[in-house]
Design a protein around this ligand. Structure first.
Ligand code: DX5
Ligand code: ZN
Length: 246
């Protein structure tokens, strides 16, 4: 499997002190920052937009290599993912992870051609994200079957293949929810077919659930409350990393 990547979700950080919180968590050996963007439509909650990402970027050095330390992993829980690609690229996002469910819905289409060919939208999204200079991730909610991804992952055109798959282990919208072990067979199946794929899990991850996720084959670990709520975040980051690498 690819290297362990620990991506603390800043949803659990102190929003009034975001710059310091973010640079501090990177200093404590977090690999990426997981940045949750919610629009109040795709999920029943609102967070923040590109201007906030721009400000955080000024506190955290850009990664020096692909998938490297300081990567901004923007998890776009928004109904119109295509609309915001350029703004987030300008804001300093490195990896734009959109939801499959939003890409196939008609609200994601901006032209009649796209509406009539809605099923190809995830591939078009990936190509567009790559063309805009970012890595592309595709996320699936708990109610979405992993089977929707095979066609996208098996694409012979590398520009239309995702750099990461995100398997949600909670219903997206809020931090601090209970981990859904029922989603792990998706990770197992993805890892079996794609030994080198970056597979991210998000929701309810922490010291009590990391072993199951790591055993299934996840290598990119999001953790919000478990990291930012800890007395010693650096210790939790090290524990999560060790569990993936063991
Ligand atoms: C949930 C978000 C998660 C969230 C995870 O919709 O996508 O990234 O912040 O929070 P915890 O780790 O507290 O479950
Ligand atoms: Zn997230």
């Amino acid at each position: 499997a690819p290297p362990a990547i620990i991506a603390p979700s800043i949803l659990a950080a102190d929003f009034a002190n975001l710059g310091a919180e973010c640079s501090n968590i990177i200093d404590q050996d977090a690999t990426w920052l997981h940045i949750d963007i919610m629009d109040g439509h795709f999920v029943p909650n609102i967070t923040f937009g590109a201007p906030v990402v721009t400000k955080i970027r000024s506190h955290v050095a850009r990664p020096t290599e692909k998938h490297g330390k300081g990567t901004f992993d923007c998890h776009m829980m928004i109904a119109e993912p295509k609309k915001w690609v350029k703004d987030f690229q300008k804001a300093g996002c490195d990896l734009y992870c959109f939801h499959y469910e939003a890409a196939i819905s008609s609200t994601a289409a901006e032209s009649p051609e796209e509406t009539s060919n809605a099923k190809t939208n995830p591939k078009e999204m990936i190509r567009y994200i790559h063309d805009c200079g970012m890595l592309a991730g595709i996320a699936i909610k708990p109610d979405t079957s992993v089977d929707v991804l095979w066609d996208i992952l098996e694409n012979e055109n590398a520009n239309e293949r995702p750099d990461m798959v995100l398997v949600m282990t909670v219903h997206p919208g809020f931090g601090g929810q209970k981990f859904m072990a029922s989603e792990l067979p998706k990770v197992t199946e993805l890892r079996k077919r794609y030994p080198e794929l970056n597979i991210e899990v998000d929701g309810g991850l922490g010291p009590g659930t990391i072993d199951q996720a790591a055993d299934a084959g996840a290598n990119v670990i999001v953790a919000g409350s478990a990291v930012f709520g800890a007395q010693n975040p650096g210790e939790v980051i090290a524990l999560l990393k060790d569990a993936v690498e063991k």
